[in-house]
Design a protein around this ligand. Structure first.
Ligand code: SR1
Ligand code: MG
Length: 416
């Protein structure tokens, strides 16, 4: 079979003829398929045994365009290959924190993997105020493991450069460079590029003010340049709460948490992944302005979100530093270097978190946390909080010296 776009009927024919299927499903039994696609980019299917729903696999196909935009936004289906290679790396170094990969079909641009059917994408339950007490710790562990293992501290230098060649993910990086690190800050672009920002007219004044702030523009340009030129480690590249799934939390709030969707993976600055993650928690905190049922619930949930953000940084830092006690070169052993390095990652984390908060409020791709607020006046209030925090994080990130500085900025605008 050559490449063709599959639907919920043809995916069954595909699965039945693919040699590896029999390792995961009983192909002598009747199979059924359901399309689950809900992300921006790809088609996603579940294939399951009709008489035993517990036996299922998940298949994700890269389309020759952006799924939500259709053919007007062409995109190479080969992004599925980046996802396959990144998932293999993550599964090696953070097993149990990602779905198990089953196969990658290069012709069809299909990744088959463990179907996390008892899990839910986290964004919606978090909008509803569900607590996952081990979220921050789990993401901190995931980041320390995957980032260290692909960095110059954890890899032999030539091997790392070879690996980085396999992650020249230019097309998806361009999406990030434009949508996160340029368009929201620039009303007028050069080179025939069109600005795709979308925003609530009630915050037009705040956006204009932001876009007139030369200090913001300068800092965002530095962050964009670093994103493009600083290949510290293999990043997930799109680590928001829509890229994390969790089982229903138990009585202690503990859940099985898995990171999904690493198709934006590439070698970039470590703080980008952490920044995106904490930014999505802060966006949720702003949106609780409308979602929380009362002041007490809002205050408790914001405190919970701030703890998860702090946990993610603390666990990341602790575990990354532990690994740094036995690095592969004498150069990395100096305590002064290690301290400087962690501070530079923290500063990047703050800066990229600021960019993510702003682009999710006024850029092309928003978050349901804010867009789900139906009253546009109330939404504008929450959006202003997100813009204010984002702007301060961008402006103040070069001076950040401990996680407390980040928390102070956020709590100063989105009070508990
Ligand atoms: C055009 S794609 C928009 C966004 O969806 C993905 O999940 C990434 O976050 C990207 O920026
Ligand atoms: Mg995604």
């Amino acid at each position: 079979m050559g490449y063709k776009i599959l639907d919920s009927k043809s995916i069954l024919e595909y699965v039945l003829q693919y040699p590896d299927t029999k390792n995961f499903l009983d192909i002598t039994k009747p199979l059924e398929a359901a399309e689950l696609s809900d992300g921006n980019l790809n088609a996603v299917f579940r294939v399951f045994e009709k008489d035993n729903l517990a036996k299922s696999i998940l298949l994700k196909q890269g389309l020759p365009y952006l799924r939500v935009a259709g053919e007007s936004w062409p995109l190479s289906p080969e992004r599925a290959g980046f996802e396959a290679r990144a998932l293999a790396h993550e599964y090696t170094f953070a097993p149990g924190l990602v779905p198990r990969p089953y196969w990658f079909d290069e012709t069809m641009n299909i990744n088959a993997m463990e179907d996390l059917r008892d899990h839910q994408v986290m964004r919606k339950p978090m909008m509803a105020g569900v607590r996952f007490e081990n979220l921050g710790v789990t993401i901190g562990r995931f980041l320390a493991a995957t980032l260290y293992a692909s960095s110059d501290f954890g890899m032999e230098a030539k091997a790392k450069k070879q690996l980085a060649k396999r992650f020249a993910n230019g097309e998806l990086c361009e999406i990030t460079e434009d949508l996160i690190l340029m368009e929201p800050f620039e009303p007028i672009l050069v080179g025939g590029k069109e600005n795709r920002n979308r925003f609530n007219p009630l915050i037009g004044d705040a956006l204009a003010d932001l876009q007139n702030d030369t200090d913001v523009k300068r800092n965002v340009a530095h962050l964009k340049h670093k994103f493009m030129t600083c290949g510290q480690a293999l990043l997930h590249g799109d680590l928001h709460t829509g890229s994390i799934m969790a089982s229903a939390p138990d009585a202690n709030g503990q859940a099985d948490i898995r990171v999904i969707d690493p198709e934006f993976a590439f070698f970039g600055p470590i703080g980008f992944d952490i920044g995106l993650f904490i930014a999505n928690l802060f966006l949720n905190a702003a949106a609780q302005h409308a979602h929380a049922k009362d002041d007490k619930a809002r205050s408790h949930y914001r405190a919970y979100l701030y703890k998860q953000a702090r946990d993610s940084w603390t666990v990341f830092e602790t575990e990354f530093r532990e690994k740094l006690t036995s690095p592969n070169s004498i150069s990395w052993t100096h305590p002064e270097f290690q301290a400087d390095f962690m501070v530079s990652v923290l500063r990047d984390t703050a800066g990229y978190a600021g960019c993510e908060m702003i682009r999710r409020t006024v850029g092309f791709a928003h978050v349901a946390d804010l867009d789900g607020i139906t009253d546009e006046k109330v939404r504008a209030e929450a959006e202003r909080m997100a813009l204010n925090v984002g702007r301060r994080l961008i402006k103040e990130h070069p001076q950040v010296s401990s996680y407390d500085d980040i928390e102070k900025i956020v709590k100063g605008v989105i009070a508990i």
